[in-house]
Every structure is written in structure tokens, then in C-alpha cells.
Write a new protein. Structure first.
Length: 95
């Protein structure tokens, strides 16, 4: 009996040349995911992240504090791939 297993591309092949948009990138899982996707997919197009300002922190301040963390050393090396947009989730869908 012949097996008809569909061949799927690897994650790196799938994201090659593509851009992705992330929300929640400043949270624990978001930071880990962002770093992982950039490590595993060296040929990714761009990563766009939506970041909201907090009461005492601008978007720029929040991103700066994330990139200063020791765990995020790799992210500092590949900052050119990350495009930060300030906003709220609701504003994406508003007309």
C-alpha cells in the first residue's frame, strides 16, 4: 500500500523572503518566539511588531529595555529585521 504523505516545507523554507506581523512580542512568549523565528529563519523578510506604550514607558523605551536583556543578545545583532509599530490591537481593525 503506497503512502501518500504530503511533503510540507520546513519552517525556514516557509518563511524565506516573507514578512510576519506579531502582536504580544514584548511578553515572555513573544520575546522567545521572536528570537526563535529570527534564529531559525535567517532569510526571513521582515518582522513587524505592534507595541503599545505604557504609562511610564514609550514604545522606544520598552524596546530598548528588551534588547538590553542578556537573553536577547542575538536580537541586538539582527535589529534590521524588526520594524516596530506603535498602537493598540483594536486600532488595527477600526474603520
Amino acid at each position: 500500500m503506497a503512502s501518500h504523505v504530503e511533503q510540507f516545507p520546513s519552517v525556514a523554507e516557509f518563511y524565506k523572503g516573507r514578512s510576519i506581523f506579531l502582536t504580544g512580542a514584548t511578553g515572555f512568549i513573544g520575546k522567545v518566539f521572536t528570537e526563535k523565528i529570527l534564529r531559525c529563519c535567517p532569510e526571513i523578510g521582515s518582522v513587524f511588531v505592534l507595541v503599545r506604550p505604557r504609562r511610564n514607558q514609550t514604545v522606544h523605551d520598552r524596546m530598548t529595555s528588551i534588547f538590553k536583556q542578556k537573553v536577547r543578545t542575538y536580537l541586538r545583532e539582527i535589529l534590521s529585521f524588526i520594524q516596530v509599530s506603535e498602537g493598540q490591537h483594536a486600532s488595527i481593525y477600526s474603520v
